[in-house]
Ligand binder design. Structure first.
Ligand code: HEM
Length: 454
């Protein structure tokens, strides 16, 4: 048999492959590979397994949509998440995933999601009221606290009172350690029960989350009548064919998964939006004009969003420049012919929306923060119709597209409209955000800002 012809890429004899270089500087490494080798390239994974990075929108379309059932999420990368959250929607596979997705989808229908709009605005207004002119804040932590409160409310409609702080702390610790595991794979190879301080800390935080979530499930099972929170909808969801409902364990796994998937990403979108606005005064002023014209000082409602196209464009443009989930990974289940590329069973595929979305073939001045690019053209076609489907995909695509997509867009627009109407954030003198590229795309460290009331 002739040796397999792989797309170009750096070669190394080390059985660790790219791992040390990736761990040192994930973003720098991937950018350099992309620049050097173009749209389809091979990175040598541990034990010589090919990792193929793909930037071509047509190949992305085949992988996520038309041939989606020939791939799975790579088990090794899933491991630390699964041992933390169990078999929730983000991580499950096959028939089990299909059944859960079908059960949960109605709870994410826009009629259901829109009901959370009012609470989203209320939480934001309450936070605003506690702020003083000139005060300094860590923008990233502030947005995280706000979106966590909102997702707790949407899931439970329950004031978990003094538990909220402990819950937030535990979620924070777990998120931080998962991010570390994502870029330091040796932490994934060890069993989670390994007596290492970092893993012990994670186990303690997970136990705290489990205690709170199981407590809430028991409470809700005892009294679910008339409630519209996500947990109650999930409790009531029945499998069409068998009439079966979810077990406590399954509910727990889904709820924890929604917590982790459902607050950090939206918080990052808002953090980046405010960073970009403070760096781009003409966009900030235009957003302000739209908010003043439509809202004239009152808090936004879901119905107002139809009249706030520039607010929406600001969010979309932020998700283009800083997709909070910057990479999507898959593993080939068999030999797959994608036309210009043949994959073999076990190949790991890297799709990086961050790269596609800054590609000058599809976006004029790709590095510029320019929400106007999302405006419809003369014939009314929005940008997304004028470029290949997978040149812009912050929420992924195909059957595993983000289930919280509508929730996130509703939340991001409402929070931006509420906040930008009342305050501006000025980045501290000399502060330049640096990217932290991992399972999510955040700023590295705190984002110090000064608050200016409008
Ligand atoms: C701006 C905010 C968000 C972004 C950028 C985002 C991005 C993504 C992406 C790219 C995926 C696909 C991953 C893959 O195919 O491997 C995904 C899946 C998922 N997201 Fe989101 N997400 C956001 C907000 C949310 C929210 C608010 C929720 C829940 C309330 C949520 C829950 C999920 C779940 C459960 C999945 C797995 C779906 C499945 O596999 O069936 N996400 N998200």
């Amino acid at each position: 048999m002739s040796p397999r012809k792989l797309p170009p890429g750096d070669k190394t004899l080390s059985p660790l492959g790219i791992v040390p270089r990736f761990a040192r500087d994930p973003f720098g490494f991937l950018s350099e590979q992309r620049q050097r080798y173009g749209d389809v390239l091979t990175m040598q994974g541990p034990l010589y397994r090919p990792n193929i990075l793909i930037n071509d929108p047509d190949l992305v379309y085949q992988i996520l949509v038309t041939q989606a059932d020939q791939f799975r999420k790579p088990p090794l990368l899933q491991r630390p998440f699964v041992s933390t959250f169990g078999n929730g929607l983000f991580f499950s596979e096959g028939d089990f995933w299909r059944r859960q997705r079908k059960l949960m989808q109605p709870a994410f229908h826009h009629h259901q999601i829109n009901r959370y709009g009012e609470a989203m605005v209320q939480h934001t207004t309450a936070m605003l009221q506690g702020w003083q002119e000139g005060q300094t804040l860590n923008l990233a932590a502030t947005m995280r606290a706000l979106t966590l409160m909102i997702v707790v409310d949407a899931l439970f409609q329950e004031n978990i009172g003094p538990e909220t702080e402990r819950f937030a702390q535990a979620i924070g610790i777990v998120g931080e350690i998962l991010a570390q595991q994502f870029v330091q794979p040796w932490l994934v190879w060890l069993p989670e029960s390994f007596p290492l301080p970092v893993l012990r800390r994670k186990r303690r935080a997970v136990a705290e989350l489990d205690r709170i979530v199981y407590g809430l499930i028991a409470k809700r099972r005892a009294d679910a009548a008339g409630r519209t929170d996500l947990l109650s909808l999930l409790l009531a969801a029945e499998d069409e064919a068998t009439g079966e409902r979810m077990s406590d364990v399954q509910l727990h796994d889904e709820v924890l998964t929604l917590f982790i998937a459902g607050h950090e990403t939206t918080a990052l979108a808002l953090t980046w939006a405010f960073v970009l606005l403070s760096q781009t005064p003409e966009v900030e002023a235009k957003l302000q004009r739209e908010l003043d014209a439509v809202l004239a000082g009152r808090a936004p409602t879901v119905a107002d969003l139809l009249h706030l196209p520039y607010t929406e464009a600001v969010i979309k443009e932020t998700l283009r420049l800083y997709p909070p989930a910057p990479g999507i990974l898959r593993e080939a289940l068999t030999t797959i012919d994608l036309g210009t590329l043949t994959l073999e069973k076990g190949d790991i595929i890297w799709l990086i929306p961050y790269f596609n979305q800054r590609d000058s073939r599809y976006f004029d001045q790709p590095e510029r923060f320019w929400p106007e690019r999302f405006a419809p053209d003369k014939s009314g076609r929005p940008l997304e119709r004028r470029i290949p489907r997978f040149a812009y995909y912050p929420f992924g695509g195909g059957p595993r597209i983000c289930i919280g997509n509508g929730f996130a867009m509703l939340e991001a627009r409402l929070l931006l409209a509420t906040l930008a109407q009342q305050v501006r954030f000025r980045l501290a003198d000399g502060y330049q955000p640096r990217l932290k590229f991992g399972a999510t795309l955040g700023p590295d460290g705190p984002v110090p800002v000064q608050l200016i009331k409008q």
